[in-house]
Design a protein around this ligand. Structure first.
Ligand SMILES: [Cu+2]
Length: 405
């Protein structure tokens, strides 16, 4: 009996130091210090990332410092009534008030310290699943918080790529929260920056983050989109529409026209642009009309060799994919999903407005528009009621662009 007790005590004494050492190697359970100081548990410098509204990314270096850092970010839940098309409103669930939620940028090896807040203005319990992270349902199991609560989660970025994050409170709440807008993206850059297949650096001048959102909005018997009194009231009706698997709207940056007209993304000829396209719930097929993707990282992983010269690429549901393109001509470019029904009838179209000099070597109209001999002049009819916007744009496109001749 004595000898058994001795073995148990010896085992405990032996095991305790190794358990403590294990905890020291994974010190995620300590609160970090102030920005600019060194975090005692990781030895990493603490930096704060100021998150910005999409389609923009936080100002962040493409090549990381030699040593990893501890990056502090804060996401605050906002349940808010948003207009996603003229007169069409939905009670969105958001991170920091935007659909999609803001982009977080880090380098491989960095530790992200997220403070997630769910204020008492919320009606629902929320959390966050980072596809870029490892374990605990992407952090969802450690971050479920009721209104009035906050939580701090640390996770280490060990995979390079573009990744989705989203709320995942369990059961039918998961798709309901995601299609009410509660998703965003993370960009984990390789520490040495992006590279082509031969290991040459690929740097970008600008980066844009296109978050695609499918909405499933209930309609009344007359076909009008219904409005609800609070963020929870649409649940039963919306789930009914969700079960059809047919979105009523598919939009970029939270609304029809979220990235067109005055919201168009801007660049200059010669600019290399990184476009991160995120879709938390369904597949999509980005395409840049009048351009290409010079590089696409398949599946969103920067550890994959980038595909070159893609006309259309694809993003799976629950995925973010980065593409890179250097603009070679000025003008307006449509960036859309090349399911053209989804683009033109559901809303999934964005615009790039590019300034610069027209390159006649790449394209030229060698004969200006003119009448065919003997043909009567075309009399355009008035724009049909159902197609006012497209018709107006087509008429605008008919105006001659002198620099292209
Ligand atoms: Cu949620």
């Amino acid at each position: 009996m004595k000898s058994i007790c001795a073995v148990i005590i010896a085992t405990c004494l032996f095991a305790l130091p190794s358990f403590a050492a294990e905890n020291q190697r994974v010190p995620w359970d300590r609160v970090s210090g102030k920005v600019g100081t060194i975090d005692k548990t990781t030895g990493y410098k603490i930096v704060e990332q100021n998150l910005v509204q999409p389609p923009f990314l936080p100002a962040w270096p493409q090549v990381g410092p030699k040593k990893p850092r501890l990056i502090k970010v804060t996401l605050t839940v906002q349940e808010k009534l948003m207009e996603i098309d003229s007169g069409v409103k939905v009670w969105a669930f958001t991170f920091n008030g935007s659909v999609p939620g803001p982009m977080i940028v880090a380098h491989v090896g960095d530790v992200i310290e997220l403070t997630l807040r769910n204020p008492t203005t919320s009606l629902m319990t929320h959390n966050i699943d980072f596809h870029a992270s490892t374990g605990a349902l992407g952090g969802a199991a450690l971050t479920l918080i009721d209104p009035g609560e906050e939580v701090v989660l640390r996770w280490k970025a060990i995979k390079a790529g573009a990744f989705v994050y989203h709320c995942a409170p369990g059961g039918v709440m998961v798709p309901w929260h995601v299609v009410k807008g509660m998703n965003g993206a993370v960009l984990i850059l390789p520490r040495e920056g992006l590279k082509d297949a031969d290991g040459n650096p690929l740097m970008y001048d600008k980066a844009f983050y296109v978050g695609e959102q499918d909405f499933y909005l209930p309609q009344d018997k007359d076909g009008n989109y219904k409005e609800y009194e609070d963020s929870a009231a649409d649940f039963a009706d919306m789930v009914e529409v969700m079960e059809t698997l047919t979105p009523t709207h598919i939009v970029f940056n939270g609304r029809v026209g979220g990235l067109t007209d005055e919201n168009a993304m801007k660049a200059n000829v010669g600019d290399t642009v990184l476009i991160i396209h995120a879709q938390a719930n369904r597949r999509t097929m980005p395409h840049l009309i009048g351009g290409h993707a010079d590089y696409v990282w398949p599946g969103g992983s920067f550890d994959n060799v980038p595909l070159k010269d893609q006309e259309t690429w694809h993003v799976d549901g629950g995925q973010a994919v980065a593409a890179m393109y250097t603009f070679k001509q000025p003008g307006t470019y449509a960036y859309l999903t090349h399911n053209l029904i989804e683009a033109f009838l559901k809303g999934a179209v964005a615009l790039f407005q590019v300034d610069g000099e027209w390159n006649r070597d790449l394209m030229v109209a060698t004969r200006a528009r003119g009448q065919i001999d003997g043909e009567a002049e075309f009399e355009p009819k008035s724009c049909p009621q159902y197609d006012r916007i497209v018709c107006r744009r087509l008429k605008k496109a008919r105006q001659p662009i002198e620099s292209m001749r």
